[in-house]
Design a protein around this ligand. Structure first.
Ligand code: UDX
Length: 436
């Protein structure tokens, strides 16, 4: 089957490369000529483990190609995916659908045969109806269906998530749409991946509900962590203790500095807006957004406390290890590190940092922070070392060397990756999240 993927960003590129790997004939399209030229040269626009190899193998096999010419590229495609960005609209938090609508119009104007148009971008409820209207208004003579098929890819694990999904959700209003989507995902049917067919609006809402629920789970355990610190309990054991209940489940119960990234912050806000528009408030999600926002600066204050309070901290040096919102990505969007660095700088603390992949992207976001080539050079002369992101290479730091290089042996571990007893036995003052 020929598949066209409009939008060669994170979701489009991973999905396109995986569909090609299933044996489909895929063309990834983007308006950005530089991006497409780089892809022709084998250069990925994002960092995602395994993506460069997957792309190279499928390009070589002749199943994957790239183009800037939408009209030409969608010819003969039975499935045309829309995988363009839906950023938060400036000012009001609504998802900005400008790109989705533009693509719908262009697809409608250039349809050369019957096709299913699939929204993979995260879009508010009712967007599929609007896309259908836009395409119909172009006057295309060809049969078409508009289907919703949200993605559930985690950055850093996107290829595995695509090939071995917990479930595939398809919102289709007619048999034609369902039939083509069954064909698109046939290789995964054979793998027995569960597939849920539902209405288009339901499918659109499932994506937001899933992300809002996960954001709630994280925020819940983060508040439990704060309470643990006050009452002298251990949040990791609380997570285990509640997570062993199958109704709760053990995943997404790691306390930390708050969630960031390209999805949770944007999608929770967009869900609030939809709920408001339909006069059906989602107060739990409202609270989650507020609690998570304030948590990021609170983590900066936690570091100040470890330095002896805001007054004592002035003029001291903090070394931040990890800047990206999570490991195995260079994504800095809404990363807690930004608010932490800002809070520290605001209090006159000098901030040094190291991140394995994120420093280029981070630099313009935190101009006052001195970036270093490796963790130990950032730690040199620091009065506090802060683990902000749990990259594997920070899990086994040479603590002897850290002690020698640092000005003071103080470790603030915002991801709870060290054992308090071990670190204290090495002579450190150790502060973590939700554990004494
Ligand atoms: C998320 C969803 O998992 C994915 O299904 C959706 O399609 C897009 O959004 P992603 O943003 O890549 O994926 O990252 P994820 O691994 O879910 O982590 C999101 C944030 O939550 C990170 O900042 C992470 O550090 C934080 N987190 C996650 C926690 O603080 N604790 C946890 O237990 C899990």
């Amino acid at each position: 089957m020929k598949i066209a993927m409009v939008g060669s960003g994170y979701v489009g590129l991973v999905s396109g490369a995986c569909f090609a790997d299933f044996g489909h004939d895929v063309v990834c399209i983007d308006k950005d000529e530089r991006k497409i030229a780089a892809l022709h040269d084998g250069v990925m626009p994002i960092y995602e483990p395994g993506l460069d190899n997957l792309v190279a193998t499928n390009v070589e096999a002749g199943r994957l190609s790239f183009s800037t010419d939408l009209a030409e590229a969608i010819k003969g495609a039975q499935a045309i995916f829309i995988a363009v960005g839906t950023p938060s609209r400036r000012g009001d938090g609504h998802a900005d659908l400008t790109f989705v609508h533009q693509v719908a119009r262009e697809v409608g104007e250039n349809l050369a045969g019957e096709a299913v148009i699939v929204t993979k971008s995260t879009v508010p409820v009712g967007t599929g109806d609007e896309v259908e209207r836009i395409i119909r208004d172009t006057g295309t003579p060809h049969r078409f269906a508009v289907v919703s098929n949200p993605e559930f890819l985690r950055e850093g694990a996107a290829i595995g998530d695509f090939k071995r999904p917990d479930r595939i959700v398809i919102g289709a209003e007619d048999e034609f749409g369902q039939e083509i989507m069954r064909e698109v995902y046939r290789p995964l049917f054979l793998n027995e991946s569960p597939i849920l067919f539902t209405s288009r609006r339901t499918s659109e809402l499932i994506k937001y509900a899933a992300n809002a629920f996960l954001a709630t789970k994280i925020t819940f355990i983060n508040e439990m962590a704060d309470l643990c610190e006050k009452v002298g309990a251990n949040v990791q054991d609380v997570s285990r203790g509640i997570g062993m209940d199958n109704r709760i489940g053990s995943k997404f119960l790691h306390a930390g500095p708050g969630y960031g990234g390209s999805c949770f912050p944007k999608d929770t806000l967009a869900l609030l807006k939809t709920a408001e528009d339909f006069d059906s408030p989602t107060r739990i999600v409202e609270a989650v957004v507020k609690v998570n926002d304030s948590r990021k600066r609170a983590m900066g204050r936690k570091v100040l406390d470890a330095l002896g309070g805001a007054d004592a901290a002035r003029g001291k040096k903090a070394a931040l290890l990890g800047l990206t919102f999570k490991p195995n990505t260079d994504d800095m969007r809404d990363s807690p590190s930004i608010a932490i660095a800002q809070t520290l700088s605001d209090s006159g603390v000098k901030v040094a940092a190291f991140d394995p992949e994120g420093m280029e992207v981070a630099k313009p976001l935190m101009p006052d922070v001195a970036m270093h080539e490796d963790p130990y050079s950032a730690i040199k002369g620091a009065d506090v070392v802060v683990i902000v992101t749990e990259w594997n290479e920070f899990r086994a730091l040479d603590l002897g060397r850290v002690r020698e290089l640092a000005n003071e042996p103080v470790l603030v571990d915002l991801r709870n990756i060290y054992s308090a007893d071990d670190v204290r036995a090495r002579g450190f003052k150790y502060v973590s999240v939700g554990r004494l």
